[in-house]
Structure formats: C-alpha cells, structure tokens
Design a protein. Structure first.
Length: 344
C-alpha cells in the first residue's frame, strides 16, 4: 500500500505532498454506489499517515530524552495532524448528505462513527488538542527521567516497585517512602501539567457544546451502547458488593501478618510471609517463556509471537522511557507492537 502512495510522491512528514490526495477525494461526488470505493481510498490514505505518526510516537516513547525523536513527533503533532483533521472533517461532511437508508449494513457502524466525529468537530479545538499532546509529552519526559536509589542501586520507578514484595516490612516501608519522596520532587511540575490539561479539556468540551469533558469524551469515543449513568450504576454496585469483600480480605491479611492495620507498603506482599515468585530475571527470559507457552498452545501462534520479537516488543523498564504500557501496530504491514515497563 505504501509503495502506491510513495510512487505518487506522498511523504508523511510533508503536508504539501499529502494535500493533493485529500483534495482529490474532496472533489469526488460520493453516492451510495461509489461510497465503498471512496471510503477505501480515504482509509488507505489515512493509515499511511497513521502509521507514520505512530512510528514517531513510538520512538519518543522508547526514549523520552531523544531530542531528534521528539522533534519529529512534535512536527507531526503541530504541523501534520491539525491539517489532516481539517481535511478529514471535509470528507466526513460529505457522508452527512447520504441517507442512512442508502448505506449498506456492513458500513453502517463506520459511517455512524464518521458522522458522530463530524458533529463534534470544532476548528478552535485543533490548536487545543495540539497543546494537550505537548503537555502529555512533557509528562512522559518528566516521569520517564525519574529514578531512585535503593540499597545503593539506581532504579526506575517501576523497578523500585519490586521492593514492595520483599518480606521484610521495614525494607518495604523504607522503599515506599523513597519512592514517594521522589514523586514529591516533581509534584509542582506534574500538578501544573494536569491543571493545564484540565483547563484545556474543559475548553474543548465547551467549544463542542458540552457542559463537561466527560460527556464530550463519551461521544468522542463513540460510546453509543451505554451511558455515564450505566457506569455510575456499576460503581455503586461495586461499592455495595465488592468493597465489603475487600474489607474482609484486608482484615484477614492484617491478622495473618500480625499487624493492626495494613499500610500502603503491605498491599503487595504475601500475607503468610512467603517470598514473591520471580518467573524471570530479564526481559529476554520473559520473552523466551512466552515463546515456549505459545509454541505449545499452537505453533502458528508461536510463529506470530516470534515475528513480534523482531523489533516489535519493548518491554523492559529503563530510565528515559515513557511510563505505563500500550499496544499499537502498523496497518500496512499488519505487525502489532507492545510497549511496557515490566519487572520480574
């Protein structure tokens, strides 16, 4: 697919090479008869750009201190994505003129989402979304750079979490305080990032005609089959049915540990004082273990995972790596990608 666009001169980093493809789609008259082919052309173009943007995001996630990777990602965020959003809004609006009764059942859900996104579009929100993405990148850089020294060894925040499985309660408490003190060093920076994000998200919601960001995001995620009230009902059910069970569990665990009250550093350790299981020491050992399991389940599944091991897994925790975990992939090659910060 990329070769078709590449041979036509499309370069994902250069809007002047992208714009003609959107302009050509915009000029076409869309009817129920040609709609499917038109949508396919749009989809093919979109995923070329999406793959390029994801590759840039992946690079900056893997190394938040890589200035070149950050510059490339910010170029997409600031220069390419807003223009793509504007161009795709014009295409989505073309779908608004087609009656639902003329849309094939197989395409109804996709068209429903397109119409929903078109209704949410507001030009003012383009620049705001750019600012939110930049703030998110600053968060990743700040947290990715965090380390602590425990027992004379520098560790990432994820690696430091391993100490909470240590059977020595004094050791757990000391490690917990070290981690919390490190968070406090950047507390003001992180608080400011979140406050700025909060204000911007409220502005986005208001521009789109919503009273709060939750209701806006609900529509933005195309959650058509359940409501915020359904989630609140689930929360209430959990409070009534699950929390009492959790309280009984924590009371029993405290008794098993011969302590009056569980503290934060008692949450993960085994109640009976047994050492934590350690199924692997290194990420390579983790991947080898998964490979053996998948091979025994199904050789085809094993072969798929083996292909992922060739550059499509980044599982180890290290300094200057974005926190958290996510799954992604590249549409053109069909290759998935997994990003994580695992410890043994």
């Amino acid at each position: 697919m990329m070769s078709r666009f590449a041979s036509s001169g499309l370069v994902p980093e250069k809007w002047e090479t992208i714009a003609p493809f959107y302009e050509a789609l915009q000029k076409e008259t869309v009817t129920p008869d040609n709609m499917e082919g038109w949508l396919k052309q749009w989809s093919d173009l979109h995923i070329v750009l999406e793959d390029a943007i994801f590759a840039a995001y992946r690079a900056v996630s893997e190394n938040t201190a890589d200035a070149e990777a950050e510059q490339k990602y910010m170029h997409f965020v600031e220069e390419i994505q807003p223009k793509v959003a504007t161009a795709e809004q014009l295409l989505a609006e073309k779908m608004l003129d087609i009656s639902d009764s003329a849309i094939p059942e197989s395409k109804m859900e996709a068209v429903r989402r397109l119409k929903n996104w078109a209704a949410l579009y507001n030009e003012k929100n383009l620049a705001i979304n750019t600012e939110i993405a930049k703030l998110g990148n600053e968060y990743d850089k700040t947290v990715g750079a965090m380390t602590v020294a425990i027992d004379g060894k520098e560790q990432t925040m994820q690696q430091a979490g391993e100490h909470q499985f240590n059977v020595d309660r004094n050791h757990r408490e000391k490690a917990w305080h070290i981690v919390q003190e490190r968070w406090l060093i950047d507390r003001a920076v992180l608080d400011q990032l979140f406050l700025e994000m909060l204000a911007l998200r409220r502005e986005i919601a208001g521009n789109a005609g919503f009273s709060d960001f939750r209701d806006y995001k609900w529509r933005n995620l195309s959650r058509f089959t359940y409501t915020p009230q359904d989630c609140l009902a689930l929360h209430e059910a959990i409070e009534q049915e699950v929390i009492p069970v959790v309280r009984k569990y924590t009371t029993r665990k405290a008794a098993q540990m011969s302590i009056k009250t569980l503290r934060p550093w008692d949450s993960n350790v085994d109640a009976l004082g047994r050492k934590a299981l350690r199924p692997f020491e290194t990420v390579a050992q983790l991947e080898d273990g998964i490979q053996r399991i998948f091979n025994r389940i199904d050789p085809v599944l094993g072969s798929h995972f083996n292909r992922m091991r060739d550059g499509n897994l980044d599982l180890e925790s290290r300094r200057n790596k974005a926190p958290g975990a996510y799954c992604g992939g590249f549409h053109q090659t069909g290759k998935p990608y997994i990003f994580a910060n695992v410890i043994g």
